[in-house]
Each structure stands twice: as structure tokens, then as C-alpha cells.
Write a protein of this length. Structure first.
Length: 643
């Protein structure tokens, strides 16, 4: 029995990821009722009876692969991932950090194929044909052919087809220069698309495309003419009017969907707008040249490099601005509320007296709120890469991955409540690996809460098995929660998206499970880790003392790091040569207020300061986060002395 309804396929990546549009396949699986689709089909094996893809789809895939390959060969990871996203909506190689920064900055529309992308391609084609003195009809036909080719290159997903229609409407508005004619075309396009696929009327992407195109047709053109009439150059006027109109038109939907309102989106898009079109066109040319002339494709990619770097830089700095995104009620009511606020703002700003008053109020709020946000930013700070939790006299360091809510935990502090509170504040609910540097109580005491309240993949320990009671406790808690225990060895490397952890020490292996050992021996058996994060290298040293530090130096280990978790809570047992080898810019000391050990040692603090390191202490600063390019954010609520 045949049907035209949509079926959602849940399939493994193996064998399915390489399929192209137009191929026919057969599959057997478990059928279940669907929500937005007619049904859901869960398939476990690879597809069967796969037919060849149409020739044009094979050519398009060859171009996409060539673009990815040329970008990876010429550009850095962030720019190389951004170019395919900008041109064909392929975000597979884009670091999650960039995705989050673009979302906060209100620039996420650049990472998907939209009407703007197709309008850029159409306008570039139109300008080229006009330069060749081609007639108006042939110009329109040539631009239309280019749009069809671009749809094939980007893939015939509903979002791309939707963008093609909206881009065509925007192109029509630019060609005829009359929004009165473009508006009926937009309305007719919406009706045809909804009649073809009624489910599209409930699609957020469709709503955003329609609103953005309507803003381009109705609002941006008027604003541009108004600014031009006041003496502003046309290019600057359009650069201001287009992103402002599109952002304001789509802001209610985005706010209702995400529960946030970006306060920097207009400025960020204004700064990025001049380079979007050149980068898109150069990326498209690179895709076209990749199959036959690889060196030319690499030249086009190289030419797009500065534009891509500028977009990444704008997104990063815009997202890092305190208060860049403001919390807002989510859902339909939140979207309607923002729409009412924006309409009221437009009506108020039309009156000169009210406009001056409103601008004065906004300026006053900025003067008051921005310094407050800078001095006391919200927690957790956006884009944090590592956090030294304030757990009292003990250690607990959280290392972020590129997946929200997923982080690696090194040590758990002495108190279950303290480490659980820190993880909750950070929004961490999944921990692929808990690493225990050694088995002293101030490093393993909070393990029970971590295992009980979070999804933990495994617990990892070093070679030390002493004290015996602590080792038995760790095994018992892991067994009770059915979490495996792993053993780390020197030279081991662990990778997660956005995070790499390498094991540097200890150099000696102590597998004793019985007997006695001094506190110094247990400290020197600490696992020493070098983590590569978004903010640079972090050296995590547990409680290693002089002997273990000397062993690392003698072994020639690469200890250079931007951030140092100071050994043993800043005790006096630190070799000066060890600090010389690390040369940290930031030194984190996890220590309890009023502890009886005299930590941190004044001499150690002086040596760190003399090396030019910024010293942060959890007993004075509370939870300490490293953000972006070594920006430090303090939570500022340190735990009191132990009772």
C-alpha cells in the first residue's frame, strides 16, 4: 500500500550517513506511532537494495566533499567548519563552541541555508549578468537557474526548498524594486508551500523565513530609503536596515522558542554583514572548482579566510559581553509579550519627545546595569571551559566539553553536598568520566553524591590503592551504582568534543592493596593530567609533592600550561623549577578557609606572583571559572571554615 505521509526513520549512522537524495532503499524495522510524522520506523541494520543516486546528486556531493576538504587543508578548525555551514548548511565540522557563541550573539541564522543565502547567490549572479550587459529577462532567468543549482548543491531538504522560495521572493523585490509587487509574491509562495505540506505551517524555520523575508520586503526597504534620504550612503543604509529589520521581525519567535532575547544581535549582525556575502560567494566558487581544479578551490577558500575569521571573532566577542542574552518567558506567551513590547516601542519612538525620553532611560539603564554585570556576572558564565569548585579543604575541578551539560570531573572534594552543589550550579548532569587523582578523603569524599545524582560513565584512578579503606569505599560505591572503574596509565590520551586529557604521571607504579603508606607517599602517587580546553592547557597536579614534581622534570614531561591547579592546595612543598617549567598565566588554588594546615603557603604565593601568574583561591573567591581566552570569573561566595 502506498502513502504520501512522512515517516521518521531512526537508523544507525553506518551505511545510512552516505546516502544521497534520490536513492531508493529497502529496510526492515520496528514501526511505532509518530507525533509530527505518520509513523516512526526504527531500523537496526544497514539499508538494503540501494539504487544509484542521480548523476547531479553525485556531482553535488563531490562538490560538498571538495569544499570540506579544501577548507580543512587551508583554514583553522573554526573557520574550516564555518565555511561549509555558511555555504551549504553543513555544520558537521563546526566546533560546538562556535555554534553556542553564534546563538548567544543572534548570528545562528548564518549557520543554516536561508533565504538570505540564496538571495546573496542570486544577487551575485544578477550583478555578473548585468556587468555582461545581459537583458533583464535573461538576468532573471540566469539568477533563477543559479538558485536551482544552489538548491541541488545544498540538498533538497524542506528547509532549503523553503529558503529557495523565500530567496526568490527577496530577489524579485530587488529586481523590480517595488515591495508592492513582492508582497503578493510572498503571500502566494506561503499559500503554495502550506498547501503542498500543511505541516510546514507549524515549523519554526518556516515562520522565521516568512517573517525575515517579509521584513526585507516591507520594512528594510523603507528604513533604507529613510536613512539614505538623511544623507547616509546607500550601502551603509542597507547594511543597517536589513539585519535590524530581520532581527526585530523574528525576535518574538526566537524568544518564545529559546526563552532568551539577544541584546547584541543587531550590532553583531551589523558588524558581520559586510563579509557574509563575499565569504558565501567565495565558498560557492570553491565548491564549484573543487572537483576539477583543487588548487583554485583552495585559493578561493584562502581568500574567504579573513572574512570567516572576522565572523568568528564578532560572534565570540559579542557572546562574551556581559548580559549579551537576557532571560525571557518561553512559549507562545513569551513571543506575544515581546511582539507587544516591540510594537509599543516602535509607536513610542515615532514621537520625538518620547524618543528622547526613552533613549535617555536606556542610556541610564546601561550605565547602571553594565558595570553591575561586569563586576558581578551571572553564574555560570557563558562559555566556561574549566571551574575550580569551592569544596572547602579539598579538590574538585570540572572540565567542560563542547556538549552542554556534559563535563569531566577531576576529584570530588571532601563533602558530597559541596561538589553536588557546584555541579548543579554549572548545569552538569552527565559526566563521562570521574578521575580521582589519589584516594585521600579530601579528593574522594564527594564521590557518593556524584554517582547518585548524575549520569556517570566511569570512575578512573591511578596506580595508588592506599589508603585501603578509601579504595574499598570507591569500589563499593562504584559497584552499587553499576559504574565501571578504570585504571589510568602514563601516556594515555582521552578525547571528548572540545576536550583532550593526557596522563603525565605518576611515573612509578604502586599497586599495593594492603600495608601502610605515609601521606607524602600517597600524595606523590597522584595522577597528573594535562587537559587541552577551549581556553588553553590546564595542568592538574593533584597533591604531588617535591619527589613527584622532580620525577616529572627528570622524565622531560611537557609541563607548559596556561592554567595550573597548584599542587597540594598551595603548600610549601613545590619545587621552583617545577613552576619554571609550567609558567602558568593563571594559578588556581583549591583550599578551605581557615584550614589548620596553613594552606596556601605565603612563600608559594610569592613565587607564583613573581612568575606573573594571576592567583585565584577558592577560600576567597568561591567557585572560579576560566572563560574564553583566559578570562577569569569568580562566583564570589566562598565556603566558610570547616566546623
Amino acid at each position: 500500500m502506498s502513502s504520501t505521509g512522512s515517516v521518521l526513520l531512526l537508523v544507525p549512522a553506518n551505511g545510512w550517513a552516505d546516502l544521497l537524495p534520490g536513492q531508493e532503499v529497502q529496510a526492515e524495522g520496528q514501526l511505532a506511532p509518530g507525533d509530527t510524522a505518520v509513523a516512526v520506523l526504527r531500523v537496526r541494520g544497514p539499508p538494503e537494495g540501494v539504487t544509484p543516486a542521480p548523476v547531479w546528486q553525485q556531482v553535488a556531493e563531490s562538490m560538498r566533499a571538495g569544499l570540506r576538504r579544501a577548507a580543512a587543508d587551508v583554514l583553522g578548525p573554526e573557520s574550516a567548519g564555518l565555511l561549509p555551514a555558511l555555504v551549504v548548511g553543513d555544520t558537521s565540522a563546526l566546533p560546538h563552541r562556535v555554534v553556542e557563541e553564534f546563538r548567544t550573539a543572534g548570528m545562528s541564522h548564518l549557520l543554516a541555508v536561508s533565504g538570505a543565502n540564496l538571495a546573496i547567490v542570486g544577487v551575485a549572479t544578477l550583478l555578473l549578468l548585468r556587468a555582461l550587459r545581459v537583458g533583464p529577462r535573461w538576468c532573471a532567468a540566469g539568477s533563477g537557474v543559479m538558485l536551482v543549482g544552489f538548491v541541488v548543491l545544498a540538498g533538497p531538504e524542506p528547509s532549503v526548498l523553503r529558503a529557495a522560495v523565500m530567496g526568490g521572493v527577496g530577489l524579485l523585490a530587488l529586481i523590480i524594486g517595488r515591495e508592492r509587487s513582492a508582497l503578493p509574491a510572498l503571500a502566494a509562495s506561503v499559500i503554495v508551500l502550506v498547501l503542498h505540506d500543511p505541516a510546514m505551517s507549524m515549523n519554526i524555520g518556516f515562520v522565521l523565513s516568512v517573517l525575515a523575508t517579509g521584513a526585507l520586503v516591507l520594512v528594510a526597504a523603507k528604513w533604507s530609503r529613510c536613512l539614505t534620504g538623511r544623507g547616509m550612503p546607500r550601502l551603509i543604509a542597507e547594511a543597517l536596515a536589513v539585519p535590524a529589520a530581520a532581527h526585530l521581525a523574528t525576535a518574538p519567535v526566537v524568544a518564545g522558542m529559546s526563552g532568551k532575547v539577544s541584546l547584541v544581535a543587531i550590532g553583531a549582525n551589523l558588524l558581520a554583514a559586510p563579509v557574509v556575502a563575499p565569504a558565501t560567494v567565495l565558498g560557492l566558487l570553491a565548491a564549484l572548482a573543487a572537483g576539477g581544479v583543487p588548487w583554485l578551490a583552495e585559493w578561493f577558500v584562502w581568500s574567504a579566510g579573513p572574512e570567516l575569521y572576522w565572523m568568528v571573532t564578532v560572534g565570540r566577542h559579542a557572546a562574551a559581553i556581559p548580559g549579551a542574552a537576557m532571560d525571557w518567558p518561553a512559549g507562545w506567551w513569551g513571543g506575544m509579550l515581546l511582539a507587544v513590547v516591540l510594537v509599543a516601542a516602535v509607536l513610542v519612538l515615532r514621537r520625538r519627545r518620547w524618543r528622547v525620553l526613552v533613549l535617555a532611560m536606556i542610556a541610564g539603564l546601561l550605565v547602571v546595569l553594565v558595570p553591575v554585570k561586569v563586576l558581578a556576572p551571572g553564574w555560570p558564565p557563558s562559555g566556561w571551559s574549566s571551574v575550580a569548585c569551592d569544596v572547602g579543604q579539598g579538590d574538585a575541578v570540572v572540565l567542560a566539553t563542547d556538549e552542554p551539560g556534559r563535563a569531566i570531573l577531576v576529584d570530588t572534594g571532601p563533602d558530597p553536598g559541596a561538589v553536588a552543589g557546584c555541579l548543579d550550579r554549572l548545569g552538569v548532569d552527565r559526566i563521562p568520566l570521574v578521575i580521582l587523582s589519589h584516594l585521600h578523603a579530601d579528593h574522594v569524599g564527594g564521590l557518593s553524591a556524584v554517582l547518585a545524582e548524575h549520569s556517570v560513565g566511569a570512575v578512573a584512578v591511578g596506580s595508588g590503592r592506599l589508603p585501603v579503606w578509601a579504595w574499598r569505599q570507591v569500589r563499593s560505591e562504584a559497584e552499587r551504582t553499576q559504574v565501571p572503574v578504570l585504571w589510568l596509565t602514563v601516556g594515555q590520551r582521552l578525547d571528548w568534543p572540545g576536550l583532550t586529557v593526557e596522563v603525565l604521571g605518576p611515573g612509578h607504579v604502586d599497586t599495593r592493596q594492603e600495608g601502610e603508606a605515609s601521606g607524602t607517599e600517597i600524595n606523590n602517587a597522584s595522577v597528573v593530567l594535562r587537559a587541552t580546553t577551549r581556553s588553553g592547557r590546564v595542568l592538574l597536579t593533584g597533591d604531588v609533592e617535591i619527589s613527584a614534581q622532580t620525577d616529572l622534570l627528570d622524565a622531560g614531561a611537557d609541563l607548559k600550561a596556561d592554567i595550573l591547579k597548584v599542587p597540594h592546595h598551595g603548600s610549601r612543598y613545590i619545587v621552583p623549577e617545577f613552576l619554571d617549567a609550567v609558567r602558568p598565566r593563571i594559578a588556581l588554588i583549591s583550599v578551605g578557609a581557615g584550614n589548620r594546615y596553613g594552606h596556601p603557603n605565603p612563600g608559594t604565593l610569592s613565587r607564583l606572583a613573581s612568575k606573573g601568574a594571576t592567583v585565584l583561591r577558592t577560600d576567597q573567591d568561591g567557585d572560579v571559572a576560566v572563560v574564553g581566552e583566559l578570562l577569569v570569573v569568580r562566583r564570589g561566595e566562598p565556603r566558610g571554615p570547616p566546623k
